[in-house]
Design a protein around this ligand. Structure first.
Ligand SMILES: C[S@@+](CC[C@H](N)C(=O)[O-])C[C@H]1O[C@@H](n2cnc3c(N)ncnc32)[C@H](O)[C@@H]1O
Length: 305
């Protein structure tokens, strides 16, 4: 290895200086073009989100048939079951849970909120952060009634559906902040937003693939959010498989990176995560309701090395 490197240096240094300079400048130019293309892709994604409508998004994805609590094969009960198992297996612990790209939804933290003393919700859009704060501060009507969700998770916990208001109070008590985030920045949160070792656990659902222009950007964004997690901390990642777009509101079509399981696993590996569990849900035909072209959903539990 070393010999090859040395001989390359010798050969390079024998090149005329002008040629070397031209080659170096071409390399820099290509790098610049690549970075510019990447930035353009990310900016185009941000522009797509300008029309995101939290109430419509909740209606499309978080009401029946996708949230039918009488059916185990409905999307939301499947996700809640996975989250419940992940947080009750006994290996996830610590003080701080961070949810990345919360959107206007709370379902993803209904199990985790029982384990962690502090929970930070995050989203890129002010409209979504406002929607979350409205529920958390119990001010005004939320765009979705989370009661059936709270009841369902209480049942999974064996507490009986009547405990739902205790869970609502617990959630309101442990959420300390609802912060802006941009997963395309190497530091997605404002400096000092989290204590220095990072979060003990991250949850992120349907965020990275639906805000990234391509697989490289998805993998890079996964690395960025990995930086928010302490070593040996857990990552719970839920996302869409085979999806190329979703509706963020009436007439708002948002492009998505179509992923398969192998790509998800490879992105995790490239970013130093050890996969602990991967579960896949295939959409029954009647869950394909025309608001996206998703074919399946992955659930990942992983640990940062
Ligand atoms: C498909 S929604 C997912 C919302 C929610 N987590 C769920 O499970 O339904 C994607 C979310 O990513 C947010 N988002 C858009 N651009 C982002 C960025 N650059 N960084 C982080 N989040 C972003 C959007 O505002 C939106 O709330």
């Amino acid at each position: 290895m070393q010999v090859a490197a040395e001989s390359r240096v010798t050969w390079d240094s024998q090149k005329p200086r002008e040629l070397r300079e031209r080659e170096e400048s071409e390399v820099m130019e290509n790098k610049g073009v690549k970075e510019k293309t990447m930035e353009d892709g990310v900016a185009a994604m941000a522009a797509c989100y300008a029309g995101f409508d939290p109430a419509a998004y909740l209606q499309y994805n978080y009401t029946a048939p996708r949230a039918d609590f009488t059916r185990r094969d409905s999307i939301v009960p499947w996700k809640l079951g996975c989250l419940h198992r992940a947080f009750t297996e006994g290996d996830i612990s610590g003080g701080l849970l961070v949810d990345v790209g919360s959107g206007p939804t709370l379902y993803q933290v209904l199990s985790g909120c029982e384990i962690f003393e502090r929970l930070v919700l995050t989203d890129f859009l002010e409209v979504n952060r406002r929607e979350l704060k409205r529920w958390l501060q119990d001010q005004g009507k939320s765009s979705l009634d989370w009661t059936p969700y709270l009841q369902h998770v209480c049942k999974l916990e064996g507490r009986g559906a009547l405990a739902w208001s205790e869970k609502a109070s617990r959630l309101r008590a442990v959420v300390s902040d609802v912060l802006p985030i941009d997963v395309h920045r190497p530091q997605p949160l404002a400096p000092g937003a989290l204590p220095s070792p990072g979060a003990d656990c991250l949850v992120s659902c349907f965020c990275l693939e639906s805000v990234s222009p391509d697989l490289d950007a998805f993998t890079r964004a996964l690395g960025h959010i990995g930086g928010l997690l302490r070593p040996k901390g857990h990552l719970i990642l839920i996302g869409a498989l085979g999806e190329s777009f979703y509706q963020g509101g009436p007439g708002v079509q948002i492009p998505v990176v179509p992923l398969d399981e192998a790509q998800v696993c490879s992105s995790l590996k490239q970013n130093g995560f050890t996969l602990m569990r991967l579960e896949v849900y295939v959409l029954p035909d009647d869950m394909r309701v025309g608001v996206d072209d998703v074919s399946g959903i992955f659930f990942v539990k992983a640990r940062k090395e």
